[in-house]
Design a protein around this ligand. Sequence first.
Ligand code: SF4
Length: 345
Amino acid sequence: MTISEKPFIIPIFIPHAGCPHRCAFCNQNTITGTPAQIPSADTLRTQVETFLSYKKPDRRPVEIAFYGGNFLGLPPDQIREILKQASYFIEQGRACGIRFSTRPDTVTTDTLDILKDFPISAVEIGAQSMNDEVLSLSLRGHSAWDTQKAVELLHRRGYVIGIQMMVGLPGDNDAKAVDTGRKIAALMPAFVRIYPAIVIRDSLLHQWYEMGKYAPLSLEHAVSVVKQLYLLFKEKKIAVIRMGLQASADLEPGVSIIAGPYHPAFGHWVLSEIFLDKAACIMVSADVSGKDICIRVHPKNVSKMGGICNRNMMVLKEQFRMTSLKIIPDDSLCCEEVNVHERRE
Ligand code: SF4
């Protein structure tokens, strides 16, 4: 399967299961809205059946994913049991693979031996940063070297590898975040996820925030640094499959989210900024002032070109002083293309 085939993921949350301790930024019970327990065999089957009943009858491959914990940190028998339960759906032909997220320091020849007999479609490593100082200040309890070793082991065994990274952690800055991006890209994962650090209720970061020891990134700053990372990974042909936390009813600003750059459409915002940059770059060298201007983009990018609440249109109009500005969907354009011209009526 290629990454572009976008599987239908059935997420099973196992909050903090297998975690050696709490990392400073983390509170999976709040993020996932799930109590700290591993689902029983019956619960797991019910959860998977429920998700399968929602799935449209398309040909997207189904994968069962275990998130929110440190999968390979679980006792070996428990790992085998969970994988056995999930494999039942694969044997029935109703799912095609299992993926999970795990800490880099749990990827060893011993833990990978446990996986040998199961249909693992991807392993996601929570690297978070490739800067040892940032890792230490965030109380991760592992180093960048652990991530490098884990990815090498996984490559050697032929696994599809995903890497998760964060921006705005304690001690982090833009240069360190971009350096982390470069080091992760050099490890050649198949895909990455980028999360801005958020102050989650009852995390250690929450305490530090209240004590004035930690200040999160602003939303604009987080969008700007994640945009740089997205472009870096894109250039290296590494798929960025998520930017920002998945919006859910459990993630409510002021309730579970205390502070930080959370936006339910964070990834869309980042992509909108990229379209804004493209259009502005063309307009800088075109004579658009005082004219009626059209921007043509592929139909699937109309909302990205417009930006959140049509912000891009307002910014461009203000900056380039056009009489009018309109977006026109044009399916003759390729996906990334932005075409700017004067309106001909
Ligand atoms: S970040 Fe991962 S390892 Fe750390 S506490 Fe959260 S789930 Fe556990």
